[in-house]
Write a protein that binds this ligand. Structure first.
Ligand code: SF4
Ligand code: SF4
Length: 222
């Protein structure tokens, strides 16, 4: 999933200050899972902003709504019959959600309330970790299901650096050395021979360099 965190409230208040009728728009998917932009967080942010406006004696309409997904046109279109009531949308979607809403309603400013962070996994309640960079050509088979691009601090593809110590990364004490995990896992499944080849530098052209990526699947189109 995509993870995000709410921007500082002062920053949010500054960006919405010019507007009088604001829709605070949550998203019920990834950002709900990481407790940044779901229905609950959207309601809390809207209440905080309403209270702040009231204390300042400002007459501002702040209402909230949460879509199942802000990055899917079929859900964004549900705003069609209400968007005219507002002069700005404060989006608690990820960067893709913010842009999807802005793309569909170009006449209204869509302001981000979150900082979008990484593709990750929920490890525990309130604990998310990055484990994929979306490189466009997955190498997890070669590395026993542990991604050295996302999880090794130096993105090494041909074994650990000299700083790996007692299974920990030299960059941070709380970080397992990805290469220790790779070797342990490949060893467990009899796959250490996958490390006998030399892996060339990562071809990042499948991630960046050719402009924004897209996937077109004619078999999925209506
Ligand atoms: S190899 Fe690429 S696609 Fe696979 S987990 Fe790592 S970054 Fe993600
Ligand atoms: S200690 Fe391990 S995870 Fe950290 S940079 Fe070196 S090889 Fe990568």
């Amino acid at each position: 999933m995509i993870t995000a965190e709410q921007k500082p409230i002062q920053e949010i208040r500054e960006t919405i200050a010019p507007f009088k009728r604001i829709l605070v728009l949550g998203c019920g998917s990834c950002v709900a899972e990481c407790a940044a932009g779901g229905e609950k967080e959207t309601g809390m942010l809207a209440s905080t902003l309403r209270m702040a406006a009231k204390m300042e004696g400002r007459d501002v309409l702040i209402q909230e709504k949460t879509l199942d997904r802000q990055c899917v046109r079929d859900f964004v279109i549900l705003l069609d019959d209400m968007i005219e009531r507002y002069d700005a949308v404060l989006s608690l979607g990820c960067g893709a959600g913010v842009q999807a809403v802005a793309d569909m309603f170009p006449e209204i400013p869509v302001i981000p309330a979150l900082n979008t962070e990484f593709l990750g996994e929920t490890k525990d309640q309130g604990y998310w970790v990055e484990n994929c960079l979306g490189c466009g050509e997955c190498m997890l088979y070669s590395f026993g299901g542990v991604c050295p691009l996302a999880r090794c601090s130096k993105q090494l593809l041909n074994g650990p650096c000299g700083g790996s110590m007692a299974g920990k990364c030299e960059v941070r004490e709380d970080l397992p050395c990805a290469w220790q995990l790779i070797i342990d896992r490949l060893d467990k499944f009899g796959g250490l021979d996958r490390l006998e080849r030399i892996y060339p530098p990562k071809d990042w052209s499948k991630k960046q360099g050719g402009g924004p990526r897209k996937i077109v699947r004619e078999d999925q189109q209506r």
